[in-house]
Write a protein that binds this ligand. Structure first.
Ligand code: PLP
Length: 419
């Protein structure tokens, strides 16, 4: 029963080094967050030892009386959080949740209509070599070249032309809200099912800062670790009992074996957190921070360097930076920010002229910093640092000064002091 540090010093050292990295840098990858200590504790618990195939009260293994309590808490809390009639909290990840939801709603060979990966969609929304593109006939809709927003006229045109069995609304890189009522109308027009993947914006929905897709969709899927701020994992929600029954069977035994009850416990803790007033206030800071960043990156000095913000702003937790007119490409910009202690990811912009490994964009998110306690003044400073790093005046002296400013911010907001 040796502790990790003694039993496996190599893994322990890497784990401590990662804690140090998270503490000493500004985490601005839009899909990331910091799970609170209580979530880490639940996830690192003895529940990892338990097999519990089945669902609460209907298990294929003995000894499930305590994991039943945990899983039922997770189900009840996430239902209440999003106003859903049914919830499955067992998907190991967002991709698994999507695979199960699709398995429940449609058949292999059916047509699906989702947002193009290169325009902000996710791999599981129909990418060619993903299961979604191999099992189903995938057709993609796009954002409009004029305003960078999802082109609903195209969605309707493609739906009428291809008669999809399933329409998917949701995104991994898009700075605006989707019109769920409009998607519902198009789905009804062609007799399609509607799936909303709210993986990215679920935290904003929980806080009441983004429209809730649950009343409009046949199924809603989400991850639990992005804006929602819990452990890594997935969830499927529905208001339709028949759909929910099919989802349960698609998750287990359709896609998975034993559920990760330690992760489900951590999900339950995360959902409790997400129902709190403190969480709502944190989501507000997330949103305000992203808007501040978009404003700063739309200012004249940045514009003169050929840098702009897609759609001219944001309604969510992220900003998409457009570097098509800049000498700086996505990879160089990501490396520059990394060099001063800010972690972001480069991201292709619609119609990107540069290759996928280089790209002409950055995706920058504010959820993790908001979890760290960043407020308006901090985000203004962050925005100014990011802007300075993208200007042509950037040199070694600037880098050094910006690194100091990043260090001041991380020092002012200690992360995981108890660890
Ligand atoms: N759906 C969307 C919209 C996502 O952005 C992601 C993750 O990036 C996923 C699903 C998949 O989640 P996971 O990485 O947990 O499989």
């Amino acid at each position: 029963d040796a502790p990790l540090a003694d039993f496996d010093p190599e893994v322990y050292a890497a784990l401590r080094a990662e804690l140090g990295r998270q503490r000493d840098t500004l985490e601005m990858i839009a899909s990331e967050n910091f799970a609170p200590l209580a979530v880490l504790q639940a996830q690192g618990s003895v529940l990892t030892n338990k097999y519990a195939e089945g669902y609460p009260g209907r298990r294929y293994y003995g000894g499930c009386e305590h994991v039943d309590v945990v899983e039922q808490l997770a189900i009840d809390r996430v239902k209440a959080l999003f106003g859903a009639g049914f919830a499955n909290v067992q998907p190991h990840s967002g991709a698994q949740a999507n695979a199960a939801a699709m398995m429940a709603l449609i058949q292999p060979g059916d047509t699906i209509l989702g947002l193009d990966l290169a325009h902000g969609g996710h791999l599981t929304h129909g990418m060619r070599i993903n299961f979604s593109g191999r099992l189903y006939h995938a057709v993609a809709y796009h954002v409009s070249a004029d305003d960078g927003r999802v082109d609903l006229a195209e969605v309707e045109r493609l739906a009428l032309e291809h008669r999809p069995a399933l329409i998917i609304a949701g995104w991994s890189a898009y700075p605006r809200q989707l019109d769920f009522a409009a998607f519902r109308k198009i789905a009804d027009l062609v007799g399609a099912r509607l799936m909303v993947d709210m993986a990215h914006f679920a935290g904003l929905v929980a806080a009441g800062l983004h429209p809730n897709p649950v009343p409009f969709a046949d199924v809603v899927t989400t991850t639990t670790h992005k804006t929602l701020g819990g452990p890594r994992g997935g969830v499927v929600l529905s208001n339709d009992e028949e759909v929910a029954r099919k989802v349960n069977s698609a998750v287990f035994p359709g896609q998975q074996g034993g559920p990760l009850e330690h992760v489900i416990a951590a999900k339950a803790v995360g959902f409790k957190m997400a129902a709190s007033a403190e969480f709502a206030q944190r989501q507000q800071r997330t949103l305000d921070g992203a808007r501040l960043l978009a404003r700063r990156l739309g200012a004249a000095d940045v514009a003169a360097a050929g840098v702009s913000v897609l759609t001219g702003g944001t309604d969510v937790h992220l900003v998409l930076v457009d570097l098509r007119a800049s000498a700086l490409d996505g990879r160089q910009a990501e490396d520059r920010l990394h060099g001063i202690g800010i972690t972001v990811n480069r991201n292709a912009v619609p119609g990107d002229p540069r290759p996928p490994m280089v790209t002409s964009g950055l995706r920058i998110g504010t959820a993790a910093l908001a979890a760290r306690g960043f407020g308006e003044a901090d985000f203004a400073e962050v925005a100014d640092i990011v802007a300075a790093a993208l200007l042509p005046t950037f040199d070694d002296a600037t880098a050094s000064a910006l690194r100091d400013r990043v260090a001041a911010l991380t020092a002012a907001h200690p992360l995981y002091p108890a660890l």
